[in-house]
Design a binder for this molecule. Structure first.
Ligand code: SF4
Length: 408
């Protein structure tokens, strides 16, 4: 089977989406292409045009040629979008985007003209190579440059922020390193060093990292492991295990086209049903909403109860001399208990536990430190009490508990 970086990424994000898309080959509905994605591809095409002209004629095109190519492609996209989409592309938004992206192309042109710093070897280069487990891998390199014996894999980014180092390591490095495996296989005779370069078009910034042989080994290992997992799941799936590819809910769901099939979402598309039960006549959807509202109220009530309890316990604590065993409202009374005894200081719980284990005392306390049991042990052994004195404290704890209606 042939794998690509985007297949592996899809599998990583949600195995079920991977199954729908690449195994069951469920067609994704025809919708107007996402503007962000389309703009990204038009920018790529404009830069490809720039370097293709240089490759073919040795001469860079005029900046105006590029911007006019860009504007024509954008206008074509807007017309297609307006045909497929329910609402037309907002005029102002479209003009703003054109202005922004044109500015980016302008700046790119000014920054790199006359485009002679590196030799461009490949543009939108389709790659294909074998992995140790016989699987095949394919991908597209935006641009492959050579500078002496260094191969530079260039990837254009239109992101709104520059990826921090960790993201680079987690995501882009994996992608660029995967492509580097192919470069190494193709050009091992001429290439001594490989670099991955991300060009952030919005910021006119480049991030370049060397792709070392260790990184290549790690990438091969990671891809091979991922593919082995996919193939294991595939085997289970073919043997009848419908749960072999698990749904993973996350940000990826927003742009997933399979809501109507996915067990996490498909109930949304079901017609409502009327039901009659001891709670009266209602519908499934209303019952679900009611359950949610009651659960929410339950949580709010729990929070309120906890707040009132803590407040009343502090109140009784500040009147310890009174020795109240109950406190009264107009309609109800609450029971008051006192727990006096030794307990571990909040930051010393592990140390006290360790001490008790070492002295064979923790069994006595059912593997948890209970104030009354610890107090009984310490009060009968002053030596032990002095050894633990830095780790424990004597607490006068008030507990406001069971409520009942006040008796007159
Ligand atoms: S909706 Fe989310 S959980 Fe369901 S298949 Fe798509 S990505 Fe996976």
């Amino acid at each position: 089977m042939v794998y690509s970086h985007s297949q592996l990424k899809t599998f990583d994000e949600c195995q079920l989406r991977y199954r729908y898309k690449y195994l069951d080959k469920v067609p994704e509905p025809q919708v107007a292409e996402s503007p962000a994605l389309k703009f990204w591809s038009i920018i790529h095409a404009s830069l490809e045009l720039l370097y293709k002209k240089i490759q073919n004629s040795g001469q860079a095109p005029e900046k105006a040629d590029l911007t006019s190519f860009f504007s024509v492609e954008m206008a074509k996209f807007r017309d297609q979008y307006n045909q497929l989409s329910e609402a037309p592309f907002p005029v102002q938004d479209f003009d703003d985007r054109i202005a922004l992206w044109q500015q980016m192309i302008d700046r790119f042109y000014d920054q790199y003209a006359p485009f002679t710093a590196t030799k461009v070897n490949g543009l939108e280069q389709h790659i294909n190579f074998d992995l140790p487990n016989w699987a095949k891998f394919r991908g597209i390199i935006d641009r492959l440059d050579f500078q002496g014996d260094t191969a530079i894999i260039v990837d254009y980014k239109t992101d709104k922020a520059i990826a921090p180092l960790e993201t680079f390591a987690e995501s882009y490095q994996q992608q660029l390193t995967t492509y580097a495996i192919w470069v190494m296989q193709q050009y091992s005779h001429a290439v001594k060093k490989i670099e991955g370069k991300l060009i952030y078009l919005r910021f006119q910034k480049e991030i370049t990292r060397e792709i070392t042989s260790e990184m290549l080994e790690q990438a091969i290992q990671k891809i091979t492991e991922q593919i082995s997992l996919i193939e294991k799941n595939l085997f289970d799936y073919n043997m009848g295990n419908k749960e072999a590819f698990q749904a993973v809910e996350g940000h990826q769901c927003r742009r997933c086209a399979y809501h109507v099939l996915c067990p996490l979402f498909k109930h949304k598309f079901k017609d409502d049903e009327v039901i009659v039960s001891e709670i009266g006549e209602t519908t499934i959807k209303k019952l679900i909403d009611k359950f949610y509202i009651l659960k929410k109220q339950e949580k709010e009530i729990e929070d309120q109860l906890q707040g009132i309890k803590e407040f009343l316990e502090e109140y009784v604590q500040s009147h310890l001399d009174e020795g109240w065993k109950a406190i009264y409202g107009d309609q109800a009374q609450l029971r008051v208990d006192y727990k006096n005894g030794y307990n571990a200081k909040p930051d010393q719980k592990d140390a006290v536990k360790q001490f008790l284990i070492e002295h064979n005392l923790l069994n006595l306390m059912s593997m948890t430190i209970k104030t009354n049991e610890l107090t009984t042990v310490l009060e009968s052994d002053p030596e032990l009490l002095s050894q633990l004195s830095n780790l424990i404290e004597f607490q006068n704890k008030v507990i406001v508990g069971w409520a009942k209606e006040k008796k007159e």
